[in-house]
Design a protein around this ligand. Structure first.
Ligand code: NDP
Length: 397
């Protein structure tokens, strides 16, 4: 029986809140806090089963978060606001001695650069305080990292090649929309790509490496190598990896829109004067694009995300593919939001459950692959994200 504070009332926050409310034996009291309290109230009303309290919070302000934590006294804070809030929320957790969990690593607002260094630097302070921070507990990072840990534990003596494959085979019927916060999403995919090879990073131009990969129940999709944050921690935690890459599917229509957005300057993150006011073009663009949390209603098709791994077991070469397919429609019917928010929110809830029930323990800052994957893998199916595996099939990569 534990109290949990969820920060962020977007698509992911809705799923986390809904799933926590479904499991009162672990989450005995729930508070949902965000910048716009009316969004918390809607979520509490629609999926809270009468069990969610709400509060207004600017999580950039450490003192405000400290005050809310002191008032509500949670055992864990689940941060599903934006990556910019990671450090101020971690500061508030340190000050109050409360555990922390998130789904995306810190990014400074004025630079599209995401890496774990800032959050890993909190390790000693969290350890001294006797609390834990769980980093990257969504789907990717999150489940993909746990799949890798599971493969390392049960299927390989040494892993050599890791390819994380992320396909959204869904159709939301809009000309252009992103599946999670457009500002964060566009910052991520317009950067140069990067993958791990023989102990070093190889940099690529955005969308330079392309391959058609086959996804279960979806078929062939153009997939592109891009940098994704779990590569940083997985290559550190599994030094036997000779190569580690992340692939994501994009349709031609999406890429054309993206190219135009970049060419006309709408993806810029530096301030521009408009009628005497400083505006950031990408922040403005977010306001006019469809809200990812509202895409669910007519969203058809599935996501398919997994890990394709090659390595050695008992002296022989082995390949292993582990994945989940998630239906947008089923996610919407259950929580009122689409599959990408669902595949992120469910693991965040289950990670929180792992911490609060003592299945994952530690003092300091950890990436999810550092914990025992088994209790998580045993339960993730029952919460809506069952997994499949194939041994010694053709990995295509
Ligand atoms: P949304 O933009 O839909 O929601 C973000 C929420 O955070 C909004 O409610 C927003 O408030 C709130 N927020 C923003 N700034 C503050 C602040 N200063 N104080 C308090 N609340 C604030 O994003 P998503 O739900 O799509 O994504 C949430 C997180 O999940 C992101 O960090 C994203 O990167 C991560 N993610 C991780 C994935 C994974 O697999 N690991 C996949 C997809 C997303 P307001 O409503 O007022 O704008």
């Amino acid at each position: 029986m534990s109290k949990v504070l969820i920060i962020g009332a977007g698509g992911v926050g809705r799923v986390v809140a809904s799933k926590c409310a479904d499991n009162p034996e672990v989450f005995s009291e729930i508070m949902l806090a965000s910048r716009t309290v009316s969004k918390c109230d809607v979520i509490a009303k629609e999926v809270g089963k009468g069990r969610i309290k709400t509060a207004q919070l600017d999580a950039d302000n450490v003192a405000e978060t400290v005050a809310l934590i002191n008032q509500f006294k949670p055992e864990l804070v689940i941060n599903v606001a934006l990556p910019y809030q990671d450090l101020p929320i971690m500061d508030a957790c340190l000050e109050t001695g409360v555990n922390y969990l998130d789904t995306a690593n810190y990014e400074p607002k004025d630079e599209a650069k995401f890496e774990y260094s800032w959050q890993w630097a909190y390790h000693d302070r969290f350890k001294e305080k006797g609390i834990m921070a769980v980093l990257g507990c969504g789907f990717d990072p999150g489940v993909t990292s746990i799949y890798t840990a599971y493969a390392a534990k049960h299927h390989f003596d040494e892993m050599h090649y890791l390819d994380i494959v992320d396909c959204n085979g869904g159709d939301h019927g809009k000309a252009f929309a992103t599946n999670f916060n457009p500002e964060i999403n566009i910052r991520e995919i317009t950067q140069k790509g990067k993958y791990w090879k023989n102990g070093d990073w190889v940099e690529t131009e955005p969308f330079e490496i392309k391959k058609s990969l086959t996804y279960p129940n979806i078929g062939q999709r153009d997939s592109y190598v891009l940098f994704h944050e779990e590569l940083e921690s997985l290559t550190k935690n599994y030094p036997s990896l000779k190569q580690a890459r992340f692939w994501m599917t994009f349709g031609q229509e999406y890429l054309t829109h993206l190219r135009v957005i970049q060419n006309i300057g709408m993806s810029r993150i530096d301030p521009v004067k408009y009628k005497g006011v400083d505006i950031i073009p990408l922040e403005f663009l977010k306001e006019v694009l469809p809200n990812p949390g509202d895409l669910g209603e007519n969203y058809t098709g599935e996501t398919s995300i997994g890990c394709r791994i090659k390595g050695i077991k008992d002296g022989k070469e082995k390949s292993y593919y582990v994945w989940n397919n998630c239906s947008h429609q089923k996610a919407f019917d259950e929580t009122g939001t689409q599959g990408v928010s669902y595949t992120t929110g469910v693991p965040a809830m289950l990670g929180a459950m792992m911490v609060l029930t003592g299945k994952w323990q530690g003092k300091g800052v950890f990436n999810v692959e550092e914990f025992n994957p088994d209790p998580f893998m045993e339960r993730i199916g029952e919460f809506g994200l069952p997994w499949n595996e194939e041994i010694n099939g053709d990995l295509e990569v």
